[in-house]
Ligand binder design. Sequence first.
Ligand code: LMR
Length: 320
Amino acid sequence: MARPKIALIGAGQIGGTLAHLAAIKELGDVVLFDIAEGTPQGKALDIAESGPSEGFDATLKGTNSYADIAGADVCIVTAGVPRKPGMSRDDLLGINLKVMKSVGEGIRDHAPNAFVICITNPLDAMVWALREFSGLPHEKVCGMAGVLDSARFRHFLAVEFGVSMRDVTAFVLGGHGDTMVPLARYSTVAGIPLPDLVSMGWTTQDKLDAIVQRTRDGGAEIVGLLKTGSAFYAPATSAIEMAEAYLKDQKRVLPCAAYVDGALGLKGMYVGVPTVIGAGGIEKVIDIKLTKDEQAMFDHSVNAVKGLVEACKGIDPSLA
Ligand code: LMR
């Protein structure tokens, strides 16, 4: 059986990390695309040369031509510009929207059957734009953020409780911006919801609130430390988790920026929700019930995403 083909659009820090992870995990053969001449070719060759030591079977090709992504099973999009300290993700909207247009058209023309995972910011609006420009089915285009935000939440919780992160589950919904909604009630340590852990005296509400806020600021914390760009290891790992769920039909329950039409009271928009990812792409959006307070936070986040989508339409009239 032929190995799956994984196209990585953008050969920056995340693109290179994605290529390395995809090869090490033997998810398929990798095509690394970028408009910068030499960069994708150099990174692909460098990773391929690690193969003999690592012992993986995968080919890696760097390219500046969309024709080389032809027939890809998965496309992971990181193309565009990362933010710098002092910027919000939303500040990238104008510049990255233009990039999504060429990427979307490239995918439409060469890899129309792919499962597309977008990482470019501002995430939810860029996923929406990428879907519009590519014309692919909604269930085949999604964004990575929920897995990343939930991983950050899980990491902080595992450290706070002094337990293995394997025993911590966490859920972050809403847009991948300052308004994201880490859901304590749906997050657990060994199946025990976080509010119960507060009642049991294992942590305090103040500590939990601080972790929730740190999760919301997780991207900015890394940007502030790196100074020259944004996070790349955890974003790449999160997207690979989603790609693997699709390629291996794992039916993983993962929060991601998916098209929602009906669930959670939403009508035809992209935002972070719990989904099931399998061979059909986004096979299901899980229609979880929220309390009044959670709903208010979620609505606030949804409205922020809607505002960004409207801004995209204002910038590019073909999207209106
Ligand atoms: C992240 O959360 O790490 C990414 O969205 C990058 C950023 O700008 O924060």
